[in-house]
Write a protein that binds this ligand. Structure first.
Ligand code: NAP
Length: 250
């Protein structure tokens, strides 16, 4: 078996469920040791870790709210203590909420922007400081809505657009350190988040499937396969890119 991530250590933020959990499991299957980060779902994170260990891999669960620098510091200190190195960061932690213009408040602004943008920056700062001389790979999880926004998703779409832009800026800034950084933009994907948000089973789901050329929703594993490619040396000449992973939906 070709273990594309053998000997590598990865931190995946928000990997207690959904796309993050799918990426953590795929990384472990490809040979990486994985730090499964969570904010509130300890049980979910432990389930992901146990599945990885049961399949012969190595993983730990670490609590950290990515919007808090003290938590993020602890996440990377714990990674260093247990695995001694870092090669891959996936900035996946995210929250999704529909909110038309008139309902936006200072609090909702900070919740969206802090989780997606500040959380990404805090984690990226720590990862860059921890990558070795060989550099590293950072994968940012954006969304199709960063380029094709949906009404009522102002803050979320703006936060994802910021992530697309940060990817391009940091590819230039971090290239000299041999650090690659790319974005995956998933389309609608079936996760705990889209279930609890009432999207799965709704008219919106039907509309999205109807305009998706491959005719279904994404699954976490569809996204994870591309994350393994971007984390591995197969993509060693790829940086600053945004790959849409959405069954042909733009
Ligand atoms: P999900 O099922 O709701 O899972 C979200 C994950 O993020 C959970 O593990 C959650 O941890 C974690 N998280 C949230 N806030 C956090 C914080 N402050 N600190 C650390 N972790 C935090 O979501 P998903 O659908 O898999 O989405 C994952 C990513 O993909 C997000 O960035 C989302 O915007 C993006 N995306 C999703 C879709 C889709 O249709 N599903 C489409 C495009 C892009 P706890 O549960 O422990 O709180």
């Amino acid at each position: 078996m070709d273990l594309k991530l053998n000997g590598k250590v990865a931190v995946v933020t928000g990997s207690s469920k959904g796309i993050g959990a799918g990426i953590a499991k795929a990384f472990a299957k490809a040979g990486a040791k994985v730090v499964v980060n969570y904010a509130s779902s300890k049980e979910g994170a432990e389930k992901v870790v146990n599945q990885i260990i049961k399949n012969g891999g190595s993983a730990i669960a670490v609590h950290a709210d990515v919007t808090k620098s003290s938590d993020v510091n602890r996440l990377f200190e714990e990674t260093k203590k247990v695995y001694g190195q870092l090669d891959i960061l996936v900035n996946n932690a995210g929250i999704f909420s529909f909110e038309p213009l008139e309902e936006i408040t200072e609090d909702s602004f900070h919740t969206q922007i802090n989780t997606h943008v500040l959380g990404n920056i805090l984690s990226t700062q720590k990862a860059v400081a921890m990558f070795g001389n060989g550099g590293g790979s950072i994968i940012n999880i954006s969304s199709t809505v960063s380029q094709n926004p949906v009404a009522g998703l102002i803050l979320y779409s703006a936060a994802k657009a910021a992530i697309d832009n940060m990817t391009k800026t940091l590819a230039k800034e971090l290239g000299p350190k041999k650090i690659r950084i790319n974005t995956i933009a998933p389309g609608m994907t079936e996760t705990e988040g889209t279930h609890s948000g009432g999207i799965i089973g709704s008219d919106l789901e039907k509309q999205m499937v109807a305009i998706t050329p491959l005719g279904r929703l994404g699954q976490p594993d569809d996204i994870a396969k591309v994350a393994v490619f971007l984390a591995s040396d197969d993509s060693n000449w790829v940086t600053g890119e945004r790959i849409t992973v959405a069954g042909g939906l733009l």
